[in-house]
Design a protein around this ligand. Structure first.
Ligand SMILES: Cc1ncc(COP(=O)(O)O)c(C=O)c1O
Length: 401
């Protein structure tokens, strides 16, 4: 009996570290539980919440993975920053696509998807008490990473009135003084907004003037519509003095599950991040990296038809949500429609009721920050016939409310 009590005492699990408390429970985790419940009841749910492309990469990319996996010496650890061929392929892509020259050795660092790099950047550059400037609404990892580094996230509101571009002059002076890092993201998740080179030039000038590391998150530059071409922040001649850009093949090449991305730009930041990374992970899987080289340097023409598929869905969703009484602009890029609810409706409640009443999931705007209040995000990563069905169900449901 005494032995039992002693054993129980010594087996008590320690509490998670205090820093874990700063990570909010994500909307998607809570949604999983609701979906499990609905699935058990046999409800056919159409997922339009997650930004995960439903389409596969084309055969030439998959074949490159297979060929590489057959090589007996392609199964060991790879260089932390990615093999030279991987970094050279990103340099080639940046040169061809944006006219930006990057040194593959010093200005490019491979990532296991851009999300991990986004989370790590504040750990490498921000001290407790510093401020991280974050677009609101914005990708939740900017805030999580800032919190985990002990910094204070300060939101820069993106509104329809300011074309979803932050007003740098509106940043409070006290926050600006403590700011060490600023995130930007165009084409934008969740709003679908885009930025001009003129705006990027202003951002670079502002960051240089205030000694702030500027981080541009650019995973959606290759998903654009109606002839629009998205620029890179690194096209601004002085950008490399103060900025890095994150890119990824998750959306560009439909390779979300493959986990392969990059951070490029200022060589000192790249070196610092690579130092942190070498302590945390050990490079990607060589066949994935070889397939990424093919995705970046091989045939790109397939993306035209892929973007046309998204364009068709975008038009279905914009028309569908408008018919259901929401207000949505037509996005020029990315895979989301950002829709404003009729005045006074709560976005969390609306998303819950839409799921319960129509079996359609969307993401409530407040998940992306306080300025998302009253909005919902609809993702286009769902097969077109299911998008059509979702819109029909949505309209029927809204007609009853
Ligand atoms: C704005 C933004 N940044 C970064 C990511 C992360 O992409 P990945 O880690 O797959 O490269 C996403 C994914 O949805 C995103 O929307």
């Amino acid at each position: 009996m005494i032995l039992c009590i002693l054993l129980r005492m010594t087996l008590t699990l320690p509490k998670p570290a205090a820093r874990m408390a700063v990570l909010p429970p994500t909307f998607f985790k809570t949604l999983q539980l609701k979906l499990k419940d609905l699935q058990a009841k046999g409800v056919d749910v159409i997922r339009m919440d997650m930004g995960s492309p439903d389409l596969p990469p084309p055969p030439h990319i998959i074949q490159a993975l297979e060929r590489s996996a057959e090589q007996p010496d392609h199964h060991g650890y790879q260089p932390f920053s990615g093999p030279p061929s991987y970094r050279a392929a990103w340099a080639e892509f940046y040169g061809r696509r944006f006219g930006v020259e990057l040194d593959a050795d010093s200005e490019i660092n491979g990532l296991l998807g851009s999300k991990e790099g986004i989370f790590k950047l504040p750990l490498a550059y921000v001290n407790p008490g510093n401020v991280v400037l974050i677009p609101d609404p914005g990708y939740a990892t900017y805030t999580a990473g800032a919190h985990f580094a002990g910094a204070e996230p300060v939101y820069m509101p993106l509104t329809a009135e300011n074309d979803y571009l932050p007003d740098f002059e509106a940043i409070p002076a006290a926050a600006l003084e403590r700011a060490r890092l600023m995130w930007l993201n165009y084409p934008n998740n969740p709003t679908g907004a885009v930025a001009t080179l003129e705006f990027f030039a202003r951002a670079v000038a502002f960051a240089r003037a205030h000694g702030i590391l500027l981080a541009h998150d650019a995973p959606y530059t290759e998903i654009t519509y109606d002839g629009y071409r998205a620029p890179s922040l690194l096209q601004i001649p002085e950008a490399k003095d103060i900025a890095v850009e994150f890119h990824s093949l998750s959306k560009t090449a439909n390779m979300g599950g493959w986990r392969t991305g990059v951070v490029c730009g200022n060589s000192e930041v790249i070196r610092t991040l690579a130092g942190l990374q070498s302590n945390i992970d050990s490079g990607g899987f060589r066949p994935v990296l070889d397939a990424a080289v093919v995705a970046l340097t091989g045939d790109q023409t397939w993306q035209v038809a892929r973007n046309e598929t998204y364009r068709e869905r975008r038009d279905l969703v914009v028309a569908g949500v408008r018919a259901a009484g929401l207000n949505a602009a037509v996005p020029a890029a990315a895979i989301y429609v950002w829709a404003r609810l009729p005045d006074g409706l709560d976005d969390n409640r609306y998303a819950d009721e839409l799921l319960a009443g129509a079996g359609v999931t969307v993401t409530p705007g407040t998940f992306f920050g306080p300025s998302g209040r009253g909005y919902i995000r609809v993702s286009l990563g769902t097969p077109t016939d299911r998008v059509r069905e979702a819109m029909a169900r949505w309209q029927a449901w809204s007609a009853q409310h």
